[in-house]
Each structure stands twice: as C-alpha cells, then as structure tokens.
Design a protein around this ligand. Structure first.
Ligand SMILES: CC(C)(COP(=O)(O)OP(=O)(O)OC[C@H]1O[C@@H](n2cnc3c(N)ncnc32)[C@H](O)[C@@H]1OP(=O)(O)O)[C@@H](O)C(=O)NCCC(=O)NCCS
Length: 244
C-alpha cells in the first residue's frame, strides 16, 4: 500500500491499496460483510475482480494506526463501464452517458460507522473522477439507505434500476464529471428550492416487489432520483424536459 496522506480525515490516514494487499483487503471485506444484518447490501467481489480493481483501478484504504477501517474504489474496467452505461441508457428516454465507471467496495468497519468516513471517501472519489474526467456510478441495493444517502449527498442522481434476482434489486447512482463545476452542494436542496421549475414526487407508498417497476416507470418518464428519506426516494424532473 502507498500512504497518500496522514490525518487525511480526523486522525485517519488515507492509503492507496495495491494488488499485493489482496488478502488483507479481502479479509477485511469478508469479515465486515459477514457481520451485516443484510448481507445482500454488500455484493462481494469475485477474487479476480478484486485483484483487477486493486491493480488497474483506484482502491483507497483508510487506516486508524495500522488498522484498516474503510475501503472504497473506482473500477476502471472499460467494458464494465460500457455495460453500466447501457443499463442507465436503457432506463432513460434518451442516451445519458457512453461510459460510467463503477465506484465499488464501499465498506466502513462497523465500529467506525456514522462518523463521516464514507462521506470523506466519496468526496475523494468524486475529486479523482473530476481530475480523470470520468463519469462514476454506484450500484446500490434498493433498501440500503445508508449507502444511497452517501451517494445522494455528494450529488449523485438515481438514473437506472436493475433486478438481478429475487431480493437483489439495485439502483444506479450516477455522477457525471462535467456536472462537477456547478454541482458541489446538495443537488436536492437546489432543486427543491426551485419547485416551480420541477415536477417533484416524494410521497409514493409502495410495497417492496413493486419498487423496481415504479422506479423504472418514473425514469422512463424523465424523472431522476435525487435523495432518500424514510425509505422513500424523491424523484424530480424539469417541467420542460431539460436536464437537472
Ligand atoms: C454505507 C456505509 C459505507 C456508510 O458509512 P459511514 O461512514 O457510516 O457513513 P457517513 O457517516 O460518512 O455518512 C454518509 C451519509 O450517509 C448518511 N447515513 C449514514 N448512515 C446512515 C443510516 N444508517 N441511515 C440513513 N443515513 C445514513 C449520513 O447521514 C451521511 O449523510 P450526509 O453526508 O448527508 O450527512 C456504512 O454504513 C457501511 O459500511 N455499510 C455496510 C456496507 C455497505 O452497505 N456498503 C455499501 C455498498 S453499496
């Protein structure tokens, strides 16, 4: 691993993990995943996928002293970036992106959650994507409010849905690099303050199996998911059909 910055966030150090850290990272992810109430919230890497992200992507590790306490990554696989773009584009009325690189491996040690560590790592990834001029996308289980909140609060928007199999419904949370210049803060706050310009839906009551269907319908009608609260996602669209 390479030390990027000491005291990067609070007293924790930020490192870039490498392929030689494979077993160490895998052990951390497996141990933390096994402790989750809902194990489906963290979809595990296959060994070869984790090795590829460590060697060819950007893989951050946060350390408290010598203890690995959090991870996050950007997978730079080109083919996968095109597949993600296809899923997003097929959910929308018009094509949105040609590539979206997955931001994956978001895990904070259970003892360290709720202190802003994921928020810091998300900001780090957003900055990296801006420098590289790449779109990034989080693929998140539809019930994982903590993870969705972390993406939404850094300006990602829900632009795709995918039902993998029963119990595994995912949302695609996209951040386009060319949105960064005018999109640093909470996108939802800006939009909701301009309610005369936007159609806003935040009060849908629906049962779990219908969720993907309803999300799909809204995306096809030009809505974007912009935030979540109490297990409900707020969707908005420009009344004139423009981008947000
Ligand atoms: C999701 C996870 C990474 C969040 O890490 P964290 O360090 O506790 O998150 P932070 O304290 O930085 O909070 C980030 C944002 O999410 C919100 N949040 C965090 N936990 C939350 C929860 N349980 N419920 C609702 N919102 C939550 C925070 O309020 C914060 O929002 P803000 O930036 O608008 O203030 C952590 O819960 C985790 O590791 N979960 C298990 C693995 C997992 O689900 N990974 C995601 C795979 S896609």
């Amino acid at each position: 691993m390479i030390l990027l910055k000491e005291n990067a966030y609070k007293s924790y150090s930020l490192c870039q993990m490498q392929e030689s850290d494979f077993l160490y990272v895998k052990k951390f992810l497996d141990e933390q995943r096994n402790q989750l109430d809902k194990i489906e919230f963290f979809y595990p890497y296959k060994d070869e996928e984790l090795k590829a992200v460590l060697s060819d992507g950007v893989f951050w590790g946060m350390f408290d002293g010598k203890r690995l306490i959090a991870t996050f990554a950007i997978d730079l696989d080109e083919e996968y970036a095109k597949q993600i773009a296809d899923i997003i584009n097929s959910s929308r009325k018009t094509s949105v992106v040609d590539k979206a690189y997955e931001s994956s491996g978001l895990m904070v040690d259970a003892e360290y959650r709720g202190h802003g560590i994921a928020g810091f790592l998300m900001q780090t990834a957003v900055e990296e994507a801006r420098l590289r001029k790449i779109n990034i996308c989080g693929v998140v289980h539809t019930l994982n409010i903590a993870s969705m909140s972390t993406f939404f609060s850094r300006g990602f928007t829900l632009q795709g849905v995918w039902n993998m199999r029963k119990g595994y419904d995912f949302v695609y949370l996209l951040k386009r690099y060319n949105e960064y210049a005018n999109n640093q803060g909470l996108i939802s706050e800006k939009l909701l303050q301009n309610s005369e310009k936007y159609d806003i839906i935040d009060n849908i009551e629906y049962t779990e199996p219908d969720k993907v269907i309803i999300h799909k319908e809204l995306l096809a009608k030009g809505y974007y998911g912009i935030s979540c609260k109490n297990n409900r996602i707020t969707f908005v669209r420009d009344k004139k059909g423009g981008n947000l």
